[in-house]
Design a protein around this ligand. Structure first.
Ligand code: ADP
Ligand code: MG
Length: 257
């Protein structure tokens, strides 16, 4: 049996930092609304239109900050569960990748067709996989990797302990690239918000993806060496949220059986 205890510890640290960011985001957002409103009122009272430039700066900077905060708060809505086919999720991501790279990166599909559908939030799962695939794409492009390729691999895996819970049946999705690998000094931190190895990065992609997986009862792991980087998403197939509609329970029974 495989156990992922260390990851659970990481996850709880991750959750703490997520909660911190989330709390901060709310604290920023509330006064921000007041600030913007006051600047608008002030603008209306200013007789000299030349001074509007200043109020406009306040308003547009407040808007920029609000957008950033919205992005920080964005992925934290509760997942809306429905029956998800993981291959539909991956094909959606694949079509985006193919459109963005115009065939310059080879995409290999290694799917296990026996993977059952499960209860999940399709939109959020697309977001999670896309964030990971985009990182691979960027790593391959920035390193000018020869014969760049990304493999999407799905499997049913059994008997894996995530933290304190052992799951009999899990869906495994691996995103594998042949890029330069995650720099060693970054590896222990990449799932934290605001940690980025790229000058133009926000450092939110993996934090958001990990949050989405955690809302599905699963997690993301990374194994990396130069020439092969694997991000593995593990989603328990039998974990059944209590508030799922009745139809979903029936379907879940089939998966169990
Ligand atoms: N497949 C990969 N290959 C190499 N480095 C990676 C890969 N995926 C993630 N990383 C590293 O992890 C960092 C964090 O990723 P992410 O959270 O998506 O933030 P961002 O992409 O905005 O930097 C990246 O900046 C990069 O340094
Ligand atoms: Mg990213």
């Amino acid at each position: 049996m495989v156990a992922y205890f260390r990851e659970e510890e990481l996850l709880s640290q991750h959750e703490t930092s997520i909660n911190l960011v989330r709390g901060l985001a709310h604290e920023i957002k509330n006064p921000l609304g007041g600030l913007r409103g006051a600047a608008q009122l002030l603008q209306r009272e200013l007789a000299d239109p030349g001074l509007h430039d200043y109020t406009q700066v306040i308003i547009s900077e407040a808007d920029r900050l609000r957008d950033l905060v919205d992005r920080l708060l964005g992925p934290y809505r509760r997942p809306q569960l429905a029956s998800v086919n993981i291959h539909v999720v991956l094909e959606h991501v694949a079509s985006l990748l193919e459109a963005e790279t115009a065939g310059s990166i080879k995409l290999i599909r290694d799917y296990d067709p026996s993977l059952p559908e499960f209860a999940g939030d399709q939109t959020q799962l697309i977001q999670a996989v896309l964030n990971i695939v985009r990182n691979s794409m960027q790593a391959l492009q920035e390193a000018n990797t020869e014969q760049p390729r990304i493999t999407l691999c799905t499997r049913v895996v059994r008997n894996i302990t995530l933290g304190s819970e052992t799951h009999r049946l899990l869906c495994s999705v691996e995103v594998i690239d042949n890029g330069p690998g995650v720099p060693e000094e970054l590896l222990s931190k990449i799932f934290y918000p605001m940690v980025s190895g790229r000058a133009s990065g926000t450092g939110l992609g993996l934090a958001i993806a990990q949050t989405i997986l955690s809302q599905h009862g699963g997690l993301i792991e990374c194994k990396t060496v130069p020439g092969e980087t694997r991000f593995q998403l593990l989603i328990p197939l039998e974990a059944l949220p209590a508030d799922l509609p009745a139809g979903m329970h029936d379907q879940q029974e089939n998966i169990r059986g």
